[in-house]
Design a protein around this ligand. Structure first.
Ligand code: AHR
Length: 625
């Protein structure tokens, strides 16, 4: 084999954005993950429930209350009242799948509190381990009827992986508590209410060129009212509006009906984090569409104004002078200098004409008002790894600068698609491979593992990205983070529990490519005189989010039919990668409702053969194939 590198042609420069990071609050990676806060529902704003809280001991009642709250933006608080003269009880908070508490580490417990006019209440705060033993204690006195901030530092005498916090009312008749927080003092950059240091360090060690936030499907929301609205995620922590997370039930192997977004980590924190890890910020905004895997709710075209305004205001928040309306909000949070945002994604993973007509409206206004911002458009979801045939002609016609492709597929697909971009149109938009991961089985199940084979397939794929970096200018693995007891999706790049965290083999592939990115991609010529190695010929038929009936399937080689669907199919012809196919002799019917599926069948003799298939689409959404 002769390999010649850099002969005759100079190759092309590899741009600075090749390997980035994708963050979404999925798998408890916001609250319960990046956010070092240990209290679940410390704002008490989840309607009609004391989620995360329970009573302990006896004689103390706990309820949500709203009279004379801390502020109009934070109207609900926790009221503890005694039910009998000598109470011996209080409330406990369970944290996010427990609380990680480290021996000898200082934790700051704080809250806004008040008692009754002219009276006081005494609280005993305890950190508990899994066995119910108190591993730290502190007392706090709350006096008078005006809201005041209180705090105590607690240092556990033992480490607990699934600890808890308890607040006992020791004296007094009533106490109101709000904005309750328990956070290690050992956060990233030592910030109060900061980020979990080990997770940020892992992320920083990837040296991502850009940091995409806040997702993912949560940009869209299951309904428009639950879409990500960046303006409600900035400003004082106590005033950020909480919503239910779109990942509550969808794809939930372990249903997590308690999954909310407190937005304690919001857009300001994402911009700051990007800056601190040396990554370009890449926010994605809602384009007037809810997640099409859920309701697909649409904002009428003539009512898109506020959505487009959100994009304009975001640019001002990130880049505007400190005396502009939105720049002033950034400055008030501690960052008078602009964040230098250059990229903006319009919509997450939308498809169909309804997306393109909305994108066009955003693009028109943004091009006029902010020609310096590079827009990223989506091309839809293709988890079974098909080509984006529907979207690309339209994207080219609209002269979109950068197109976001998403691919979740089996390792074989990534190996094969190392050549994906070799023949992409060099005159067309740039490609952002914005979400991808090799899946060991193509379903969201505990069997879907971060295997070494997955990582190697991703590495092979990245050699193609690197070689074609004149057209593929950006890429990001997804999702980034997952809590081992709270995931909805897998595989993920990094995993953690309440105390520890680690990078998967895929993480080290990302790190390898990002830390050792070249400046130029040189042309490579390979002369291999060896006879082709025998390959296991396999043909795959796939469809995504649609119902298909296969009518006829034939395989021909050298002009001869070597297999046809009227032949009785036997089990060896098929490897069903996803359990929901209905395989029948002579006919494949796929009655799937959602997700993706693929059947691979064939044998080694089928190498270099041609497969012809006639299929009929019997249901599903437009735009899927
Ligand atoms: O990465 C997980 C999900 O996959 C993202 O939220 C979505 O964009 C894609 O479908």
């Amino acid at each position: 084999v002769t390999i010649r590198v850099g002969v005759d042609k100079p190759g092309h420069e590899i741009g600075p954005r090749l390997i980035g990071a994708f963050f979404e609050d999925i798998n408890l990676s916001g609250d319960g993950g990046l956010n070092a806060e240990l209290i679940k529902n410390g704002s008490l704003e989840i309607p009609k429930t004391l989620l995360g809280w329970s009573t302990v001991g006896e004689g103390v009642n706990a309820a949500q209350a709203t009279e004379a709250p801390l502020s109009a933006a934070n109207p609900t608080f926790l009221r503890l009242t005694i039910e009998r003269r000598r109470p011996d009880g209080g409330v406990a908070n369970e944290g996010f799948r427990g609380m990680g508490l480290r021996e000898g580490e200082a934790y700051r417990f704080s809250f806004q509190g008040r008692a009754e006019a002219g009276r006081s209440a005494e609280l005993l705060v305890k950190l508990m381990d899994e066995s119910g033993e108190a591993i730290a204690e502190g007392s706090i006195k709350v006096e008078g009827s005006a809201w005041r901030e209180h705090e105590a530092e607690l240092t556990p005498s033992k480490t607990a992986k699934r600890g808890a916090l308890q607040i006992w009312l020791k004296s007094g008749r009533l106490v109101d508590l709000d904005s309750i927080s328990l956070c290690t003092t050992d956060t990233w950059q030592g910030r109060r209410h900061g980020l979990r240091r080990d997770l940020v360090q892992l992320l920083a060690d990837l040296k991502p060129a850009f940091f995409r936030f806040p997702g993912g499907c949560i940009v869209e929301g299951s309904q428009l009212k639950y879409r990500y609205q960046w303006k409600t995620t900035i400003g004082p922590r106590d005033e950020r509006r909480l919503i239910v997370n779109r990942w509550n039930t969808e794809f939930a192997h372990r249903p997590t009906p308690d999954y909310y977004q407190s937005f304690a980590v919001g857009f300001y924190e994402y911009f700051l984090l990007s800056e601190e890890i040396g990554a370009e910020p890449l926010p994605i905004i809602n384009c007037g569409m809810a997640c099409q895997f859920n309701t697909g709710e649409l904002v009428p075209l003539d009512e898109l104004g506020p959505y487009i305004q959100d994009a304009l205001d975001l640019i001002e928040f990130a880049n505007g002078p400190a005396d502009s309306e939105w720049g002033a909000k950034r400055a008030a949070m501690g960052h008078p200098e602009p964040f230098g945002m250059k990229l903006l994604g319009v919509g997450n993973e939308q498809w169909g004409p309804e997306y393109f007509e909305r994108y066009e409206r955003f693009a028109k206004v943004l091009a006029e008002r902010h020609p310096e911002i590079e827009l990223i458009s989506t091309s839809g979801p293709f988890p079974s790894g098909e080509r984006f045939d529907y979207a690309w002609p339209l994207l080219r016609k609209m002269d979109v600068p950068i197109v976001d492709e998403h691919c979740y597929a089996m390792p074989d697909w990534f190996l094969r698609e190392a050549h994906r971009y070799d023949d992409y149109d060099r005159e067309g938009p740039e490609v952002f491979m914005g979400e991808y991961a090799a899946q060991s089985v193509q379903i969201v199940s505990p069997r879907n593992r971060n295997t070494l084979r997955c990582a190697l397939a991703e590495a092979a794929f990245l050699t193609g990205v690197d070689r074609n970096s004149d057209i593929v200018t950006m890429s990001a693995y997804a999702p980034l983070l997952a809590h081992e007891d709270g995931w909805q999706w897998r595989p993920n790049l990094m995993w953690y529990d309440n105390l520890t965290s680690y990078g998967t083999p895929s993480y080290y592939v990302q790190q390898l490519f990002s830390q050792h990115k070249g400046d130029r991609a040189l042309p490579v010529e390979v002369n291999d005189a060896r006879p082709p190695a025998p390959i296991a010929g396999r043909f795959g038929l796939g469809s995504h989010n649609t119902a298909v009936e296969y009518r006829s399937i034939a395989v021909t080689k050298d002009g001869e039919t070597i297999w046809a669907a009227d032949k009785q199919l036997d089990a060896e012809d098929f490897i069903v990668h996803d359990g929901e196919w209905d395989v029948q002799p002579g006919l494949l019917a796929q009655p799937r409702r959602s997700g993706s599926a693929r059947v691979v069948f064939g044998s080694a003799d089928w190498a270099d053969a041609t497969l012809t298939c006639q299929a009929r689409k019997t249901g599903g959404r437009e735009g899927f194939s």
